[in-house]
Each structure stands twice: as structure tokens, then as C-alpha cells.
Design a protein around this ligand. Sequence first.
Ligand code: ADP
Ligand code: MG
Length: 470
Amino acid sequence: MVLVWDEFLKIIKEEAGSQIVETWFKSVGLDDWNPALNTVTLRAPNQFVSSWIQDHYATLIKTHLGRLLHVNDVRLFFVTSGCENIRDRTIIPASVILSTPHNNKTMGSGESTSLVSQRVQLPEKKTKEKPGPNIQGHYVFENFIVGPSNSLAHAAGVAICENLGKIYNPLFIYGGTGLGKTHLMHAIGNVVRKKHPMLAIRYETTDRFINEFINCIRFDKFDQFRNKYQKLDLFLLDDVQFLSQKEQTQEAFFHIFNTIYEQQRQIVISSDTFPQEITGLQSRLKSRMEWGLVADIQMPDLETKIAILKKKAELQNVILNDDVAEFIASRVLSNIRELEGALIRVGAFASLTSHPITIELARRVLLNLQEQRREDLLLETVLRVVARHYGISIIDIRSKKRHKDIAYVRQVALFLMKKLTFFSLQAIGESIGGRDHSTVIHAVAKIEQLLAQDRAFEQKLRLIEREILS
Ligand code: ADP
Ligand code: MG
């Protein structure tokens, strides 16, 4: 279970930032997971932390733990260490904690006071921390498996570490979700940081970059913002597709880009598509992003997937035989994050039940990865149901029209075809107006992103799925 929680912390760190992990999640542990009931029990140090996390991060926790454990609808329960002397290991339903956040009547008054004081101190302590370069130490080149699908991006990454700002500037890495872009960016950061400790390095997700920009504008600190970024020797900006429609942030980034570039310092950018395909991005930014090297990352082939699994198993001290690695790798089709999730799930099951990891065990654990797919399901059926739900004609979905609403429904259809059927990416693409496999990968990534952010959309999609499968 420790593995699952560690993996979860990594994801939350990426999504919410290390400050939130340090402040809130580090003190929390995964106490129990009951696969039969889909319940996860988290242990928080006290009621305050427990209810704060409930209030702010319940959806995030459910989404990511659900993905890691491969279950839908995780039910969350909390136990607090502070209650242990009173009701040892009592499971408190989340709703109860929410309705009585700081008012545990069974506690002595001394304890209540300490809870209140912690409430004030916790966030404060961290805000005083000096911002670091945001580089995550565990994403290094040594742990990155190279195969035909990612060799160009990898080689370019290694090369720029040797020639910072001199070749491939900017380095632009693109590819679907969970294929290793963020890993590579941190790996570059780690090498440069070690080689040149005095250089100014910064990794940012585009989301955080936008938020920081907005805050600086609000508090009239734009110069401070610009100076901070313009003086960087290495600026790693992840998931730049999120700059879409953010006109003012694009403007700011444009000037930062120019300064860093003109002074021959290094910029590395990642995105889910190549520059020209990013919608809502100024064309002068698109063209600048192509000035250096544009390198893609694709879904790895079976051999690379097996090598990645074995590497991950080694890092997590999980014993994984070749035949089981091949079995898992051949079952996971979407991306490497899913592959890791499958390994964690199998590893957790084996350790919970004290069984060795065999193909049989893996098959049992990964069953519901498979059972959602149906061999007899036709692409046509998916298309028909999706078209009806959104009130858009099948002809329009198959057409070349790029209108926003049509493109969106097209992506939903592609996503569900990939999720629910056994057809190849190519066959799926072809069935919707002769599109290629990269369009399908792109659509899947887009919809996964939306699913993670939007609960209503997730529910709607589940409804559509149910109808397709009925
Ligand atoms: P992206 O940023 O493209 O969405 P990430 O870099 O977050 O993907 O990768 C998802 C997970 O897959 C990470 O845990 C990463 O370590 C792992 N991963 C991706 N590619 C590789 C690889 N070639 N070798 C080892 N691990 C990889
Ligand atoms: Mg990423």
C-alpha cells in the first residue's frame, strides 16, 4: 500500500504542487484498501487535516487513487490518529467528518486547543519557504527507458544538457498523455542542476505559470514576474497547450521567450500536440516554438513497455518475472502511467494476499481492465449513440469540419471507441473519416484530461457508455 500512496503523492505533487503535498498530504497515510468494497481508508494526524483534505481534495484523491487502483467510485473513509486513544481504528465516514470539522466533543479541551493552533500554523510555515527550481529528483535519465517511440526526444534531451542554449533551442517535446514528457523535462533539469549548480533553473507547469502571472498582475508585481523568468538559464515549461486562449499570459511568455532565447539560454517546452496544432495560440508563438527541435513521443512498442515495467518493478522492489511483465505490458494499451498503475495494483494485491506475482494473479487483478471492452461491439454502435446524445449527425462527425462542437463530439466518439472496443487505433481513426492513429491518441488524451477535471462530464460519459454497452 505504501507504493500506491507514494505513487499517488507523486501525481498530486505534479498536479497541485509540492507545497500542498508537503503541507497536507505528507502527514497522511493510506491505512487500508478493501478491494471487495472499493473503500479506501486514509489516516490523518488530526481532525483538522482530515477535514481540510476532505473539503479541498476529495475529488482529486478519488480520481487518482481510483486510477491507480483501477476501480471506479472509490469510497473514502478517514481515521485520525488523534482519535486513536478514544476509538482505536474506528472508521469515520467522510460525511461525518465534514459536518463536524473542528468539534470533536469526545476530545479533551487540551487537545482541541492544539488542533486549533495547528490550524493556524500549518499553511503559514510553508509559505515562507523560498521557491526552488521545482525539479523532481526521481525523474532521471537513468530511469527512463529508451525505445523507438521516444528515442529522438530522449537524445535531444541528453544533447541539450551538454550544450545548453547552443543547439535545439527551444526543445519542443510533444506526445499523448502519460508517455514521458514530464519525466524527460525533470531529467534534463536534474542533469543541468547537478552539472551547473549556480545556474538559474525552473520547471513550471503551464497551469501554475498562468496562475502566477494572474496573481502578479492582480498585485501589481508584473515586473517581478518577468524578471524572475527572464533571468533563467533553463526554463522548462510543461503542457504548454494550456496557454490556449490565455492571451495575456501568452504575451508575457512571448517576451520572456525572446529574452531567454536571445541570450542563448535554454528553453524546453512540452505539449500534447505539435506547435501548429495547438489551438488558440498566437501564431508568432507557434512559429517560435518550431525554431529549435520538435521531437515527438509515441506509445511504446511491446518490448519497450516490458523494459519500462521491469525498471519500475526494480525501483519499487517488486519481483516481476519476464512472463508476467509481458502479460501486463500486452494488456495495457493506453499509456505508461496506466502501465505503472497496473503494476502497482498487481503488486499491492500480491503483497496484501502474500502471494507471489504470477500470470494468474495478474490476470485476476487486471480483469476489469479487460471486461469493459467487448469483442462484439461495433464502432458504428459507439458512433450512433454518441451522435444521438450530443445531437450532432454522424455525417458531421465523420466530416472534415473543425467547428469546436463537432470536434469535441468527434473526440468523445474516438475516446469511447478506444475504451470500449478491441479495434486498433488505426481502424478507429479510419472509421471516422479516415483519420490517423495520432488523432485518436490526441482525442483520448484530451478526453482523459477533461474527465479528470469535470465531474459532470464524467457522469455524462458513464451514461453514454452504459447505453452503448446495453
Ligand atoms: P506525460 O508528461 O507525457 O503525461 P509522464 O512523464 O508524467 O507523462 O509519465 C508518466 C509516467 O510514466 C511517469 O511515472 C514516468 O516515469 C513513466 N514513464 C514514461 N515514459 C517512461 C520511460 N520511457 N521509461 C520509464 N518510465 C517512463
Ligand atoms: Mg506531463
